[in-house]
Design a protein around this ligand. Structure first.
Ligand SMILES: CC(=O)N[C@H]1[C@@H](OP(=O)(O)OP(=O)(O)OC[C@H]2O[C@@H](n3ccc(=O)[nH]c3=O)[C@H](O)[C@@H]2O)O[C@H](CO)[C@@H](O)[C@@H]1O
Length: 352
């Protein structure tokens, strides 16, 4: 059964999408969906994970999307963990719901960006004859994206280093694009110098504590900290530290800050590169297969900043590096959004 082909006319598209749980998967998807919407009339069916970030943000930024919530959980490591039996059964049990929604929505294609919700959506799409496109943000691809790559029309990767992590037979369908960046108009007004500290969409207790120490030691510098909801001792906050639970308009901050201290999630790294932000990146050591360390090395190669491993990130060392970056200054610039290249390629493939 083929649902997608000729489902829409040349000026409109129906897109089913999945990818979220964390901002690192969600924002690149929004960037691509918004690039489509800038060119054509689009309707979007978004598969969300119950209770996760996409359920909170999509109703705010895209109330027009049709949303379907799935009750799924990621698989635990190691893969033969006994609790995974239930988790796999739960993923499988969603197949009927996903298929029913795809059948009534009749998408032209499915666009997924990884995370454990992407696989069942991509698989159901494939079984219904809907073309699948997948985007991988990290240098080391997630297991579900590798599985999806076997039947995806195109596999969009951010970094050349990813290619060898995919099976040889799919490599002719890989396109290196960079990570799509979610941007809108706007820039916040900040005093200079301001340093943004952000531990990814879920925050980082380590960076929260570091922010507090740095702000106390460096009264001549302003700090903005996104805690991502992680705990922080707010009893004695220095005046030069502004604390936010979550920042909804990161693009406006990236355009304004002098420097940043971040984890090394692939989307954050790509945003630093896109907005040319000097930064110290401290990878989260718990990331699957150490992928944040590899992301951080790629960032270092750009010459924009430095990776410091968490075990080495004393306040003294970070302060020293930060002063060095601030002294060096920032060139305010923006690159072309990789979302454009992805949309060009998908339109080319589906119009064949
Ligand atoms: C714990 C976990 O699963 N981490 C992964 C997840 O991280 P995580 O979701 O933290 O991913 P990233 O750090 O790459 O991206 C975070 C995104 O959230 C945004 N943001 C962050 C804070 C805030 O207050 N407001 C805001 O909008 C950032 O601008 C960025 O767009 O996805 C990344 C991309 O696949 C992976 O590399 C990470 O290893």
């Amino acid at each position: 059964m083929i649902l997608g082909s000729n489902a829409s006319d040349a000026t409109s598209l129906r897109i089913s999408a999945a990818g979220g749980v964390t901002g690192g998967h969600l924002y690149p998807n929004l960037a691509v969906l918004e690039e489509f919407a800038g060119r054509l009339n689009t309707e979007v069916l978004y598969f969300c994970v119950e209770g996760k970030l996409e359920e909170k943000l999509l109703p705010v930024f895209h109330p027009e999307y049709k949303r379907v919530s799935l009750r799924v959980q990621g698989l635990l490591r190691p893969i033969y963990h006994p609790a995974n039996v239930i988790r796999i059964l739960r993923i499988i049990s969603n197949e009927g719901k996903i298929k029913a929604n795809l059948k009534s929505f009749r998408p032209d294609f499915s666009y997924v960006s990884g995370g454990y919700v992407s696989y069942p959506v991509a698989l159901a799409s494939k079984r219904l004859g809907v073309p699948v496109f997948v985007q991988e943000q990290n240098t080391i691809p997630g297991k579900s994206n590798v599985a999806i790559s076997r039947f995806a029309e195109r596999i969009f990767v951010a970094f050349e280093e990813s290619i060898t992590h995919f099976p040889p037979e799919v490599r002719n369908r890989i396109v290196i694009t960079g990570n799509p960046i979610w941007v809108r108009e706007g820039k916040v007004e900040l005093a200079h110098p301001t340093v943004l500290i952000v531990g990814g969409s879920g925050g980082s207790e380590f960076l929260n504590a570091l922010a507090l120490e740095l702000a106390k030691r460096m009264p001549d510098v302003n700090f903005v900290l996104s805690t991502g909801g992680k705990s922080l001792d707010t009893a004695d906050l220095p005046k030069n530290l502004e604390v936010k639970n979550y920042i909804d308009n990161m693009f406006a901050y990236w355009r304004a800050v002098d420097c940043a201290i971040t984890r090394a999630g692939a989307t954050t790294i790509s945003e630093l590169i896109h907005f040319n932000v000097p930064a110290i990146v401290i990878p989260w050591e718990g990331a699957t297969e150490g992928h944040q360390v590899i992301n951080a090395k790629i960032f270092e190669k750009t010459g924009l900043g430095k990776m410091i491993r968490e075990s080495d990130a004393s306040v003294d060392k970070v302060e020293w590096e930060l002063r060095h970056l601030l002294l060096h200054g920032r060139v305010f610039s923006e690159r072309e959004n990789p979302a454009k290249k992805i949309v060009d390629e998908i339109l080319r493939v589906i119009s064949r």
